[in-house]
Design a protein around this ligand. Sequence first.
Ligand code: ARG
Length: 456
Amino acid sequence: MQLWKGRFKKELDEKTNDFNSSISFDSRMYENDIDGSIAHAKMLAARGIISSDDLMKILEGLNKIKDDIKTGKLVIDPDAEDIHTFVELELTKLVGNAGKRLHTARSRNDQVALDIRLYLRDECDELYKLLTSLVSVISDKAEKYASSVMPGYTHMQRAQPITFGHHLLAYAEMFLRDKERLYQAKERMNYSPLGSCALAGTTYNTDREMTAKELGFNGPMHNSLDGVSDRDFCMELAAVISIIMVHLSRFSEEIILWCSWEFKFVELDDAFSTGSSIMPQKKNPDITELIRGKSGRVFGDLTTLLTMMKGLPLAYNKDMQEDKEAIFDAFDTVKICLKTFIPMLETMTAIPQNMRKAAAAGFINATDCADYLVGKGVPFRDAYKATGELVAICITKGLTLETLSIDEYIKVCDKFDDGIYDAINLDNCVTNRTSLGGPAPQNVMIEIERIRELNK
Ligand code: ARG
């Protein structure tokens, strides 16, 4: 049944009703809808727009509806037009005329704009907590592997020595920024549209400051058209979540590589891996692959929202009903990804010997070799060239910079001496990289402290 009877002579066509209805996805906002109505009713009574007797009835009715839905006593009607309609009709069934007065000085347009904000505010808090525990798990892992030498890569080619702890902390920094972005987006969203009404405010003497305060907003929104017609907060949050998914997806991609026999840098716990139905030897990193895949659907949600909004004239248009499935899906997806990824990461073990073995091949200490010559007064470009020649010799002879004799070094450049072997020792290469933000274990420990402080 619809609220907007009166001017219509026929029942709504059944298929059209299904098409028009949002109840299947907006019923999850029932508590927010009721909380919004409670604040609105209190304001109406405070301003003398409804009687205190009506207020009492409305509050009792709304609280009963909330409890009954929670306990399953009241089942949300799948044929209702939307959650706002359903709650109002139930209230009227319970308390009669008082229920019919609730919608004074309000529209479903400001009501829905309010409900989504209230709902997403809680979602932001939950996501924020998940990110906090992710950063904390990463920091603990980084501490454990603060001095495990591994190759750092560019172009997927071994480049320079770093530590696993340092590598992990790169992700901690990304997720810390994600937390900040999420927090800021939530703060920007946290203004109340309630009282904007359909689009043009109202002639009733409403108190929008009161409802905003009652509902925990920073204040009311200051343009009634804007209040009902923008969904920038949905777009912004979907963008924030998309970036989180990019970070999760890159991390997942690396874990997938690290799990392969080509790398074998890490081992996932059995509880977070899957097998193959035909190949008995397989242990697959499905969780990380799913996260990599699900990032695509979240970008789809963002695209849905941007495209849905871009051509809409002010103010409300029914197109905007499409906002909810997209933004809810983005939150549902990122939350389920994190809830699985965090314990998977927590139980993942590194295999430092394999990282070290990979670091020993690929000449990742070549820059350090060149830097050694620079220390002897050779200009960097000449030192670079000499080291390139040494690498070429090593490749033809099947040697490494560590196993190449000092005579060979001196043949290429007479500034070399025995000190070169210390300079290119992998542990030294890492320990000496103490520039701010660098991979030296002591730096890693300092940054872990900083990250833990920021993550509080
Ligand atoms: N179900 C609608 C939505 O999600 C609620 C607002 C309806 N307003 C209207 N004027 N038809 O957007």
